[in-house]
Design a protein around this ligand. Structure first.
Ligand SMILES: Cc1ncc(COP(=O)(O)O)c(C=O)c1O
Length: 368
């Protein structure tokens, strides 16, 4: 397999642990391990205390799968397959569903593996471009028009990385209805689900919306536990799930035993865990709104509808790549230029899930 270098991950490999302030992180501030264990109910505490570090069930711990299934309306434990993060799930699913002669449509700019793994598997991929002048809105009619007789998969990520786009209920119903009618699989990347700013905007999960809908979830973002490396696919298409499970035999075989139990604890205590994430995000979003209102001569800010990231544009003539390089040098604050997504505008990703955002933003302000 020949696969394009993952630009964003290479960028983070260079910078993530070398800068003082990651003002472009996509996850929420990591949950403290001690606080998580304090949330364990008696059963999961017992599982943790008695844990043996052998191999685990390849499909995922049955209790974990059951807990994941409870996030959906029409999904049972056997409709869930656990992976090492969302990334492994994307890799397996794209390889299983796509090959030479197949076509996929994927929202863009976006998380690179959502389109480049399919390409590396030999598929032809059409990027459904989200445009700032449309408020980064998904355009179901334009997307549907790009579907071809050989289209096997449509990939939509919402809340979206990097724009914070979230389809409206009307747009989602239109798209999922059309895909159901045509029998096309939908990969709904829902890794920022539960971080909708207005809970009424939360969409029907992809796995619930259509039989060939596949929901992608992970502990990393809304649940603030990226270090667990626990993600999952949920779908009523059991045959597809079985093929993904067989592919996983060549990647990780099974998940980390401690991580599965910690994920179980986190999901069972999800009201507490998610409330913490939303509190961090709400406070940070308020600061960003104030900052971008005051600095409207320098930035254009399309306010996200959910998630922990947005994609503002620097209005200066100078390139954001140059400005970001100077900023990190001067203040140790990292922004992610849109060029890392292959985007040509002067946009950059800003993350607002971290607790040091007030200081990072103050440093950016001073730098400006
Ligand atoms: C939209 C999207 N999907 C998938 C992933 C992969 O998640 P993980 O790193 O937890 O595997 C990310 C990570 O940034 C993401 O933003």
């Amino acid at each position: 397999m020949r696969i394009a270098e993952f630009a964003l991950e290479r960028f983070f490999a260079r910078w993530e642990f070398a800068v003082r302030h990651l003002l472009c992180a996509s996850d929420v501030e990591g949950y403290p391990m001690a606080d998580l264990l304090a949330l364990a109910d008696p059963e999961s505490r017992q599982l943790w205390d008695a844990l043996r570090l052998g191999y685990t069930e390849s499909t995922g711990h049955p209790l974990l799968r059951e807990e994941i299934a409870s996030l959906y309306d029409r999904i049972g434990a056997d409709d869930v397959l656990v992976f090492a993060g969302a990334e492994e799930a994307i890799f397996c699913l794209s390889n299983v569903l796509l090959g030479p002669g197949d076509h996929a449509v994927v929202t863009w700019p976006g998380y690179q593996s959502l389109y480049d793994v399919g390409r590396a598997a030999g598929a032809d991929v059409t990027l459904h471009e989200l445009r700032e002048e449309d408020g980064w809105d998904l355009d179901p009619e334009r997307l549907i028009a790009s579907i071809r007789p050989d289209t096997r998969l449509v990939v939509v990520n919402g809340p979206h990385n990097p724009t914070g786009m979230l389809p409206t209920h009307e747009q989602w119903t239109r798209l999922t209805g059309e895909l159901a009618e045509r029998g096309i699989h939908l990969l709904s990347d829902e890794v920022y689900r539960f971080l909708e700013f207005d809970p009424n905007d939360r969409l029907t999960a992809g796995a619930d919306a259509l039989e060939r809908g596949i929901s992608l979830g992970v502990m990393s973002k809304s649940f603030a536990m990226a270090g667990l490396r626990i993600g999952w696919l949920a779908t009523r298409d059991r045959e597809l799930l079985a093929r993904c499970a067989a592919f996983k035999d060549y990647t990780t075989i099974c998940s980390s035993a401690p991580a599965e139990i910690l994920a179980l604890i986190g999901l069972r205590a999800r009201d507490t865990v998610l409330a913490r994430s939303r509190t961090i995000i709400d406070a940070n979003l308020g600061l960003l709104d104030e900052f971008f209102a005051r600095r409207s001569d320098r930035f254009r800010w399309v306010r996200p509808r959910g998630g922990s990231i947005g994609f503002p544009r620097l209005l200066d003539d100078e390139s954001i790549d140059v400005v970001a390089a100077r900023l990190v040098e001067a203040e140790g604050v990292l922004l992610l230029p849109g060029s890392q997504f292959g985007h040509r505008g002067n946009n950059f990703r800003i993350g607002f899930g971290r607790e040091d955002l007030p200081e990072a933003l103050a440093r950016l302000d001073a730098f400006l």
